[in-house]
Ligand binder design. Structure first.
Ligand code: ADP
Ligand code: PEP
Ligand code: K
Ligand code: MG
Length: 505
């Protein structure tokens, strides 16, 4: 039986009830890419490592993937890997090698589609990645960098250049996202024509599939079609492969097709960074709530991402507002929280992760103690009998476990579907998900409340149960008399699926 040392230690130390249910994702960058740094993050509770293909070379990313795999095989972790595509929305180029540049109020800057020999840029110049820029932009337009971190007004067009005046000063970061606003509205005509998956993205996707990444997150999804297309591409490309596709909700277009997109994707990400640049900032919290809620109803895992601990890129303690923001995402019962710059290039990756962990734990406990969770309506997902039985068994198991105050729910599942259904019910106790393959175990590691184990099954449920009880007892993770609810979707000749209440012998 395989379980990671951190989950095992947490279970032994704090008892089942207080294990963390909310999962944690870290973006890996220069501040977190060595084996030792990755190990420290895994020890700190990282469930998923995210690779942002906007940055770094494929060789760099390959090395990180190798390190994570090594960590898993040598130290028993099940850290999953998520690859995040660049997408083709407008963004700035590298800043001629500078890690950031300061734009001062009223300073004149040039935004251009020119390329420069050797990548050396004249002073106060930004390259834009999109050839139509010089045609599309108009005098009087506002250029918003990184969702409002810096703003410029276009004062003059001159060939391939747009001369701009800085109206909101701030730091420009390499490859920062750029949006054009005209008379208070986002200019989206051209963006709507840009492909969601660019040529570079396809090559990155091939790379991700070859490396066997667990999740591919698609940036700036606009409609469900692109997700469908990618999913059939993955099936054709790696038959039997198990890479899941997450739709990043960050384009204003995606909000018109939210339900269709989430329905066809394997999960979603509330990508608040770019989303906040495409819709008014004050709408982001309600959109977040809507996406988290919808994902739960449709049984898709959901990630809340961006600026959760932005101040910790520079400082060792979070702001009170950041702690409140994390707590709200936990209270909404999203599956996972994600760090971006905090873990990729900040000064305090481990400290930031530790804040996510402690704030999540505290809020989860408070919610259980106060029983504040309103029961949300969970619509039936399937019309097929086998799946309908799974849904009903999961709902009943969660209810029974809550009423009986069981220590844990055990689920024996080959593909992981039954485990996701249990997670969807958000029961009070943790869910031990036993599964046969490493890939399913890693995939389940992103979902709320699941503690995934790898175990070789036999066809006889009774022997699976007895074996798990013995193994868990031997490792000091359970004791005689502990009450558990066990469910299984491993069919045998005379039983489709089962639910049992057991005491550890
Ligand atoms: N693989 C990488 N190599 C270098 N820097 C990276 C890498 N991944 C992330 N970063 C840095 O971390 C910052 C925050 O990451 P993220 O939010 O994922 O990207 P972005 O800011 O482009 O949306 C990036 O702006 C970049 O400076
Ligand atoms: C997660 C996001 O995407 P990226 O970091 O790739 O811009 C975001 O925009 O919030
Ligand atoms: K990205
Ligand atoms: Mg984004």
């Amino acid at each position: 039986m395989e379980i990671d040392s951190v989950s095992e230690a947490e279970l032994k130390e704090n008892g089942f009830r207080s294990t963390r249910r909310t999962k944690l994702i870290c973006t890996i960058g220069p501040a977190s890419c060595t084996f030792e740094q990755l190990e420290a993050l895994a020890m700190g509770g990282m469930n998923v490592a995210r690779l942002n293909m906007c940055h770094g070379t494929r060789e760099w990313h390959r090395e990180v993937i190798r390190n994570v795999r090594k960590l898993n095989s040598e130290k028993g972790f099940s850290v999953a890997i998520m690859m995040d595509t660049q997408g083709s929305e407008i963004h700035m180029g590298d800043l001629g090698g500078a890690s950031s540049l300061k734009a001062e109020i009223n300073q004149e800057w040039t935004f251009t589609v020119r390329t420069f020999d050797g990548g050396v840029l004249p002073e106060s110049t930004c390259v834009v990645n999109y050839d139509g820029f010089a045609e599309d932009v108009k005098v009087g337009d506002e250029l918003v960098v990184d969702g409002g971190m810096v703003r410029f007004e276009v004062v003059e067009k001159f060939g391939p250049d747009a001369k701009c005046k800085c109206t909101d000063p701030g730091r420009l970061l390499p490859r920062a996202n750029l949006t054009i606003w005209r008379e208070g509205r986002l200019v989206r005509e051209r963006n709507a024509m840009l492909p969601t998956i660019s040529s570079k993205d396809w090559i990155d996707i091939d790379f991700g599939l070859a490396e066997g990444v667990d999740f591919i997150a698609i940036s700036f999804v606009k409609t469900a079609d692109v997700i469908k297309h990618l999913k059939s591409y993955i099936t054709a490309r790696s038959p039997g492969g198990s890479t899941s596709v997450f739709a990043k909700i960050e384009s204003s277009d995606s909000l018109k097709h939210l339900e269709d997109i989430i329905q066809v994707a394997d999960g979603a990400m509330v990508a608040r960074g770019d989303l906040g640049a495409q819709i008014p900032l004050e709408q982001v919290p309600s959109v977040q709530h809507r996406i988290v809620h919808l994902c739960r109803q449709l049984n898709k895992p959901v990630i809340v991402a961006s600026q959760l601990l932005e101040s910790m890129i520079e400082y060792p303690t979070p702001t009170r507002a950041e702690v409140a923001d994390i707590s709200e995402a936990v209270r909404q019962r999203g599956d996972a929280l994600m760090l971006s710059g905090e873990s990729a290039m900040g000064l305090y990756p481990e400290k930031a992760l530790s804040v996510l962990r402690t704030v999540s734990l505290r809020m989860e406990r408070w919610c259980r103690e106060e029983k504040i969770h309103q029961t949300i309506r969970l619509p039936e997902l399937s019309t097929a009998l086998h799946e309908r039985i799974s849904e009903q068994i999961s709902i009943s198991a969660a209810q029974m476990a809550n009423k009986l105050e069981a220590e844990a729910i055990f689920v024996y599942t080959r593909q992981g579907y039954m485990a996701t259904l249990l997670s969807r019910c958000r029961p009070d106790c943790p869910i031990f998900a036993f599964t046969e393959t490493k890939s399913v175990r890693q995939r389940l590691n992103l979902q709320w409340g699941l503690i995934p184990f790898r175990l070789d099954f036999s066809d006889d449920m009774e022997s699976n149960l007895r074996r798990t009880f013995a193994l868990l007892k031997a490792r000091g993770m359970m004791k005689q008399g502990d009450l558990i609810v066990a469910v299984s979707d491993i069919s045998t000749a005379d039983m489709l699926q089962s639910i049992q209440v057991r005491k550890i012998p």
